[in-house]
Design a protein around this ligand. Structure first.
Ligand code: ADP
Ligand code: MG
Length: 722
């Protein structure tokens, strides 16, 4: 098995004859295809609806569906599906063939506007946190015209939202679209202080997807990887990342072939992947696209994750998107690079050329800071999950405390603004300290290489980088909270500035006053030091930041009055939706730990203990024979090491048996708890810790037992692709 894994050659990649710009978006029903397949009038109406976020009429939908079907069939599609992101994570699809009865005993390929626009998937198998039980049993999916349809595996995929009949969201896309609308409105209103022509503000997302690759045959021999996506046991390899020789090192040819194949497939699907490189841990890699509008970027990330899984299999790999597949080496995240820009081309987190541009820049940056300060616990909840919990708060990025890193230049500007006095801009201009603060920025390009890898939320020159997001997560979860929190903050800011202006204050002075107040109010979330240090944990607690580390308790942040209020004001999620979604979060948490605990128990009792026993009896037999041959005394001398090993093995096995029984007991008790929240807390408090201790004893056995007998591929095999 190991030999097979190491002898494998790279799978040849089918490289298109054309250049990327020719096959880019080939499998996407984009504007070019729409223009080609739709009557001009229909095309114009559709583009108008997309650009102005207007609903489609039924007649229009019929014509679009017809054009879309013809395009899809011309490109080899046989089925269609509504493609959506349920609360389980990942994506869901139910495929239907295009065929309908032709009335003559045969079939025709058809696709009506009704089927394009709306479907009723049998949704009872998706988690809903009780919404559909209390209200309506049905849910339906509806086309999101802002994200184009595409063809994946001969299936036309139509990006949709998924909601209950009473309008509650059962997915990630619905609240994401609402959050993007609310930040558009609130940010555009503030941007108009600086440019009255602004109509819309667009939210942008550029994700960086980290992942591990493992050889398929080794993966199949690890039930823990197959069932849970991570290794539940395994002693550290003598060499892992300590030499730092993997990061940006040369990419093995098998992996390079996989990456090339993935890139070609992504480009055909209109996913603008651009960057690929090795990551810190062995077998860990990253891929990142050019940033896009947040809703589309998020769909592209979801699509990438499924294309990645499939491409990997064709290269005899399995891709691991779990946040912490291996203990002792870095885990995987998905940095969310995020920014706001106006429809007039201004990027709101980029310093500009004039003092006014810079006042705009400072306005937006400071409001983001204030939003992160107000909702730091909620932002943490937005990225928390049973899997990401292994990564956060561990001795690697990022800590389980949300703070903002600004870098020295921005920190300097903020502190000068804070110290400056006066409210009148013309007056302030005469003060050298202030005029340096604003008008000098254009000359000193903000230094975006000033990086602090330990910060969960960093300003990086023209954007913010939310680094705490997990590699397997749907980015929408983080993007919903971030965009909504910033929308709320900007709306509050505008209200205060407007009150001042109505009272006769000069606009610039009003802005500066409010900016200064925000800098002071949100100071405690600003931290440029080492986020991994113990001192920071203590300091953050003193500052009143959310330092909770238990995932089930972190989820409570969604139901705090200030969160419920924020989601209500921005129209992103109602209290009922929030409650239902939290039920799902707790339930998912419990189920993940439950599965891991079962797999660990099975492996411990059925794989590890029998093998350890067998090896132990080899040692015992050897001792008996030594005694026969050499006599009691001499055998005791020469066999001291064996006796010690026999005892150690016995001790570890005894501990494993006892702890597995304890773990099973804890689970049984937890399973009787009715409240999802309390159950998740019980799993967190009483199960996860025991699992770690069981693992400790198994890993010790791995070092004692004959390598030939050990039933599972070891870290040194899993982690090094040759
Ligand atoms: P690094 O690894 O140095 O953080 P990468 O180049 O790997 O940076 O990834 C940066 C990501 O940030 C890319 O996806 C890029 O498109 C995205 N990005 C760059 N500028 C912006 C911006 N203004 N808004 C959103 N995303 C951005
Ligand atoms: Mg980054």
């Amino acid at each position: 098995m190991v030999e097979e894994a190491f002898d494998r050659k790279a799978t040849p990649v089918e490289i298109p004859a054309e250049r990327p710009q020719e096959y880019y978006g080939k499998l996407v029903f984009n504007r070019k295809k729409m223009f080609e397949y739709l009557p001009k009038k229909v095309y114009d109406q559709l583009v108008y609806a997309i650009e102005n976020k207007k609903p489609l009429g039924r007649e229009l939908a019929d014509e679009i569906a017809d054009g879309m079907r013809r395009w899809a069939i011309d490109n080899g599609a046989r089925h269609y599906t509504h493609w959506f992101a349920p609360l389980t994570g990942g994506t869901a699809e139910k495929h239907d063939a295009f065929i309908e009865h032709d009335g003559k005993g045969g079939v025709v390929e058809e696709f009506s506007g009704k089927l394009l626009v709306q479907q009723e998937p049998d949704a009872s198998s998706f988690p809903n946190g009780g919404i559909r039980n209390t209200f309506e049993a049905r849910g339906y999916s509806a086309w999101d015209i802002s994200s184009p349809a595409f063809i994946l595996d001969q299936t036309l995929c139509i990006p949709t939202i998924f909601i209950s009949y009473t309008g509650e969201s059962l997915d990630y896309k619905t609240p994401l679209l609402r959050a993007l609308n609310s930040v558009d409105k609130a940010a555009a209103a503030v941007a108009r202080y600086f440019d009255p022509e602004v109509q819309h503000v667009i939210s942008y997302l550029g994700w960086e997807q980290e992942y591990f690759l493992v050889d398929e045959s080794l993966y199949s021999a690890r039930p823990d990887l197959v069932m849970t996506g991570r290794t539940l046991m395994g002693h550290e390899s003598p060499k892992n990342q300590q030499l730092e020789d993997h990061y940006f090192g040369s990419i093995p040819s098998r992996v390079e072939a996989f990456m090339l194949d993935l890139e070609i497939r992504c480009h055909k699907l209109g996913i603008p992947v651009k960057t690929r490189h090795n990551e810190v841990a062995p077998n860990q890699f990253e891929c990142a696209p050019v940033f896009e509008e947040t809703n589309l970027a998020n769909d592209h990330n979801l699509l990438l994750m499924s294309v990645m899984a499939e491409t990997a299999r064709q290269h005899n790999f399995r891709v691991l998107l779990h946040e912490k597949p291996f203990a002792g080496v870095n885990g995987s995240g998905k940095h969310n690079n995020w920014s706001l820009g106006t429809d007039r081309g201004a990027m709101l987190f980029s310093p500009g050329r004039t003092p006014m541009d810079n006042l705009q820049f400072i306005t937006f940056v400071v409001n983001v800071m204030a939003a992160v300060h107000r909702h730091n616990g909620l932002l943490k909840a937005s990225i928390m999950s049973a899997t990401n919990a292994h990564r956060l708060g561990a001795n690697e990025a990022p800590p389980a405390i949300i703070s903002i890193f600004t870098g020295t230049q921005l920190a300097d500007i903020l502190s000068r603004l804070k110290e400056s006095k006066g409210t009148d801009l013309s007056d302030l201009r005469t003060k050298s300290e202030f005029s340096i603060g604003l008008s000098q920025i254009p000359e000193i390009m903000l230094d975006n290489t000033d990086r602090n890898r330990t910060s969960p939320f960093a300003f990086t020159g023209n954007r913010f980088e939310f680094r705490a997001v997990g590699s397997s997560a749907n980015c929408a979860s983080a993007m919903i909270v971030l965009n909504a929190a910033v929308a709320e903050q900007l709306a509050d800011f505008k209200e205060k500035v407007d009150v001042r202006v109505a009272a006769g204050e000069d606009l610039n002075a009003a802005l500066i006053e409010e900016i200064r107040a925000l800098i002071i109010a949100s100071e405690s979330v600003h931290f440029d030091g080492n986020g991994y240090s113990e001192e920071w944990k203590a300091e953050a607690a003193r500052r009143g930041l959310d330092c909770e580390t238990s995932a089930p308790l972190i989820f409570d942040a969604y139901l705090r009055p200030e969160s419920v209020d924020m989601f209500r004001k921005t129209g992103v999620l109602s209290e009922i939706e929030l409650q239902a979604r939290n039920e799902v979060k707790w339930e998912m948490y419990t189920k993940k730990i439950q599965i891991e605990a079962r797999v660990l128990g099975d492996l411990a009792l059925n794989h590890i203990i029998p093998v350890a026993t067998r090896y132990q009896s080899v040692l015992v037999e050897n001792m008996v024979k030594m005694r026969q041959l050499l006599g009691e005394e001499r055998a005791a001398q020469l066999g001291a090491g064996d006796i010690e090993a026999i005892e150690k093995i016995a001790m570890h096995m005894e501990n494993i048996r006892r702890l597995v029984a304890q773990m099973v007991d804890a689970r049984k008790k937890a399973n009787t708890i009715v409240s999802e929240r309390e159950k998740a807390i019980a799993y967190h408090d009483n199960v996860t810790g025991v699992m770690e201790t069981i693992r400790y004893h198994i890993d010790k056995l791995e070092l004692l037992v004959d390598n030939e007998m050990w039933p599972l591929p070891k870290y040194r095999e899993l982690l090094f692709i040759r």
